[in-house]
Design a binder for this molecule. Structure first.
Ligand code: LMR
Length: 329
């Protein structure tokens, strides 16, 4: 009977639901694979906190970080099965489901995070996220991790030829694989949770990731050189199991959506701040040799990557590529 009351009283959440059992609350299990102090980790906690506060404890988002509940490579199946209700995988990991989504992986596709947000909000972006619904996935929005940088243990990377013959860990995405093969490097796919170990074993020479991932997982302690290349975007679609989402009352959906959008804005801000602070920290620690690409370097790298764009177009057409902000302005 209490549950009935809850649904009639839905808008004002008048009870202290924390006194109730899990069965009487609405529990949303949110699993992710990165550290607590990364943009994704912090945003997940903030989202949970605000949702709890605003629903007076009725909606409880339980956050499991660091792949402790489900690892990278497992979380997607767990979401499909309905064991968990929410995940925020890197977009590259969705390319197995919606291959066209790898437009986000194209090297130098975006020159700023604002461009990523603009594209995601565009009609092309909406078509892409809509396609996730065919896989029982509802994307409530996008969180940034930032732009990827290149680390390795063999040599400094300034010119793209410096990557020749290096073995580089990638996330599962044809476009990321192609990005390295056009440079004569060898891409190797590994789950996030395996990266530290594989770097340590030297089964890969290097990897590409955002600074907060590189430091929070201590990859930089195993690498000698880091190039600030900003060559690719890493961000997340925040996903619900679609059946679960559809089963929610409208007012719950509204509360989750409003809160999410607010947290998304906050997440975009702290990503920039955290990446700047992390770069400062790396500059100060003198624990890894840092290199920066000049504007001139970037121009030549971008040109070198043209075949990756041709490869994408051959596979998936130009419907999405031509909507990238850099080709529209
Ligand atoms: C990676 O696998 O490198 C990233 O997707 C990890 C993450 O979720 O940021």
């Amino acid at each position: 009977p209490f549950v009935l009351l809850v649904s009639f009283q839905s808008h004002d959440y008048p009870y202290d639901y924390e006194q109730l059992s899990e069965d009487e609350r609405l529990v949303i299990r949110f699993s992710h694979v990165v550290g607590e102090d990364t943009p994704k980790g912090m945003a997940a906690r903030k989202f949970a906190e605000l949702v709890k506060e605003r629903s007076n404890g009725y909606i409880e988002v339980q956050v499991f970080s660091n792949g402790t509940l489900y690892k990278d490579g497992e979380e997607m199946n767990a979401l499909s099965r309905g064991d968990i209700q929410m995940i925020a995988p890197a977009i590259s990991k969705l390319t197995n489901y919606v291959p066209e989504i790898s437009v986000y992986d194209l090297p130098f596709a975006f020159h700023s995070l604002d461009e990523v947000h603009e594209f995601t909000d565009s009609e092309a972006g909406e078509i892409l996220t809509d396609q996730l619904k065919e896989h029982n996935l509802y994307a409530i929005g996008l969180w940034d991790s930032g732009f990827k940088q290149l680390s390795n243990r063999i040599r400094p990377i300034q010119h793209y030829d410096d990557l020749k013959n290096l073995t580089m860990r990638i996330m599962p995405s044809d476009i990321l694989a192609k990005q390295f093969t056009v440079l004569g490097a060898f891409p190797k796919e590994y789950d996030f949770n395996a990266v530290y170990y594989e770097l340590q074993k030297k089964s890969v020479d290097g990897q590409e990731n955002t600074l907060t991932n590189i430091t929070s997982k201590n990859f930089y302690s195993l690498q000698d050189y880091l190039t600030i290349s900003n060559h690719g975007y890493l961000g997340y679609f925040v996903l619900f199991n679609l059946d679960f989402w559809n089963s929610l009352d409208n007012d719950v959906k509204q509360l989750l959506t409003d809160t999410f959008l607010e947290v998304q804005q906050w997440e975009w801000e702290i990503t920039k701040k955290l990446n700047d602070e992390t770069l400062q920290k790396i500059e100060n620690c003198q624990c890894i040799e840092l290199h920066y690409l000049s504007d001139e370097d970037i121009n030549s790298w971008e040109e070198k990557f043209n075949p990756v764009y041709d490869f994408y177009i051959r596979k998936y057409g130009d419907q999405f590529i031509k909507e990238l902000p850099k080709f529209r302005s």
